[in-house]
Design a binder for this molecule. Sequence first.
Ligand code: NAD
Length: 457
Amino acid sequence: MSHYTPVDEIEPIYSTLDKGFRSGKTKSIAYRKQQLVNLGYLVKDNAERFQEAFKADLGRPVLENSFLELDSTITEIKQAISGVDKWAKTERPPFSLTWSPMRPAIRKEPKGVCLIIVPFNYPLWLAMSPLAGAIAAGNAVVLKPSELTPAIGVLLAELFPKYMDPELYRVVNGAIPETSKLLELSWGHILYTGSGRVAKIVAAAAAKTLTPVSLELGGKSPVVVDSKCDLASGVKRLLWGKVANAGQTCVAPDYVLVQKDFQDTFINALTEAYNSFYPEGPAQSDSVSHIISTGHTERIKRLIDNTQGTVVLGGQVDIETKFVAPTVVRDVKGDDSLMSEEIFGPVLPVVPVDNVEEAIAFINSRDHPLVIYMMSQDSGFKSKVLDNTQSGAAVANEYILHCATENLPFGGLGPSGSGGYHTGKFGFDMFTHLRATLDSPSWCASSSVSLLAATNA
Ligand code: NAD
């Protein structure tokens, strides 16, 4: 039997949440905190079951599940619990002689019933992190997990009624028909995380109801290598960033830009790191994640089969077990198959360039990346890349970790997304309406008008 939510139940679910929201329950900060605590326990009490579900859906090693999903999820829920009192406080703008008598204030109000659409690659973290922000901000929420992670979808649908208030928080499982039905409704806010292709469908549907949307997308995030970098540690970090979750990470380093005369040295160092990661070869390793589906495995195989570059490490693909060996391809050109789309797999093309100026021009000739990575110890090199490019984020000598760095916003730019969240208050802000208020005392009614006139004179 399908675990999808019947399409005809979607509108009644929405009406229940709308009624729940209008009841005013979520106005209480104590209520929000209680729901956040419940959410924390939902994850913590069932960590073993989530581990099983990750294994079933993603074939991912236990350590990666803990580090990349369970730990970050719990941390972000805790941040919301400890931050919500302060975040939700009404703010006063800076003193102004003209306006202060009217007591201007900014109230932090929830947006209403919100929709969170989740991708397959981090099915728990990318559901719970925004959900924590939305709950802290006082919204009702429908969570729509990816149909590619059915074990997680089923588990969330089972656990939600046990831990969360069913009048405010629900899971709707499904694929295109169910999501299309959800998108016909009018929401306080939609947070969509996924591919740019589907983002256009979501944004177009949201435009019909004038629902505000945040888009967390992907794309090709480059690594710009400086030949004067700390190569030994740099390539290890890079390789980890590429192979974690089998490269199915929105901020995975997608490709490398390296100076032509440094390519050999770079590949040698990468080979050493590769051999230290997989002394028996990746197929024998128990720390390699698998690809989500046969279709995606075939897609990655096609990209490798069609490359004009030279495969120097890995290259093996087993469609049946959805295994792609971490792969490095050198001498890749800009029009190569591996440069035609986001790889979203453990394959690293190395593109030789003449110098950093050419690397910058290469990046600027493509969509703004979600992140630009730099491997360099030289502040002049890093400034040059930073000052002459645009991207969601820019990170030197580290990979992926900026998404979980406390109090840093996370998001893309244009084709890599719009509207940031993670971590802490940024998630709260996404789901909060800043409601401007004035409360003018009668004694200043006429004086304010004359003050205004005086100001404008
Ligand atoms: P996807 O776009 O295929 O699916 C995402 C969600 O959209 C799923 O819940 C799916 O059910 C729904 N969906 C799919 N087709 C739809 C349609 N026609 N109409 C309505 N809804 C539809 O993305 P994915 O393959 O699950 O995720 C991979 C992509 O997500 C990559 O591009 C990756 O870079 C990006 N991503 C971005 C972030 C970020 O925070 N920026 C995080 C993770 C993944």
